[in-house]
Design a binder for this molecule. Sequence first.
Ligand code: UT7
Length: 340
Amino acid sequence: MKRQPRSNPRSHKKLRTVSIIGTGSYVPEKVLTNEDLSRMVDTSDEWITTRTGIKERRVAAKDEYTSDMAVKAALNAIEQAKISPKEIDLILLATATPDMLFPATACFVQKKIGATNAACLDISAACAGFIFGLEIAQQFITSHTYDTVLVIGADKLTSITNWTDRNTCVLFGDGAGAAILRHRGSPHGIITTHIGSDGQYTNILFMPGGGSRCPITRENADMNLTTIHMTGKEVYKQAVIAMLNAAKKALEQAGLSVEDIACVIPHQANLRIMEAIADRLGISRDKMFVNLDRYGNTSAAAVAIALDEANRSGRIKPGDYILMVVFGGGLTWASTVIEW
Ligand code: UT7
């Protein structure tokens, strides 16, 4: 079908097309299986598989930080994009588990990859952060402020996991994904992006400790306040609503229908959430890209890793329309349609 942009607020403006010219990803070596977890808490492979779709996840080494994983993903993306790190104008790193509260983890990445000409900042939008990053990058590139932007989603959620809480510890894993964005002068690229938030729900997915409200003390750590707190059922419900609405919004802004989409890359949190979205959107389940079974929920890294795997495996091909849609604590949600 020929694309007919409908309500895209940008479509009437003469803006530069922003393309993803390279992707990369990295997951740590250590595998933690459902069987392993069933020896740590009262759970089973059967429960985890049927309720979530997760079979195993990766766990970073004690001395392997979010920035280390981000660097490996970034270098893969840089290599594929065939650019020098010195050409990068801006590094945006989405994470909920920065190396330190400050300076920004993006600054550690800058040093490690030698991107000496880049401005660096972290994005705090939980699992939705990578697409928030794509949107921010796109704004800077279309406005001619910057030419080349490195966007990274990286998280070490196992560093804030309560390993005695079976409601959460079975869900998460570590990893990083990255993309290089640039104006390439070709019509292929990001067609539209939509981001949104709802601060009403800050209390259903959060880490209470570690910030100014509840600083890290022995007492707070002993009460598990520096770990993830989640009301799973409510998050599930809100995730389906938010991702469905975000997906519809991006399709509408792009002037495309579900039939035009070759591949959907959704946030990798729960297979049942992905299937609910596919069914309600009316898109076949086999168009959903799934790697959750191997990595669990890697937060901001999840769709970035999935995008890289879809790209490198040939699951997405030049000219394909792809839809990415994510959801996270905040609440935050985001979606984008890209002509690959
Ligand atoms: O990145 C975004 C963040 N997160 C999400 O998107 C997660 C969204 N939520 C979910 O994916 C699901 O709500 C969960 C997978 C977290 C939980 O699945 P559920 O079907 O909503 O289960 P539930 O929380 O209602 O728990 C059902 C039962 C409970 O037992 P009782 O009270 O019925 O006896 C839980 O205690 O399952 C129990 N349970 C477990 N049993 C074995 C909870 N966790 C486990 C476990 N193993 N790991």
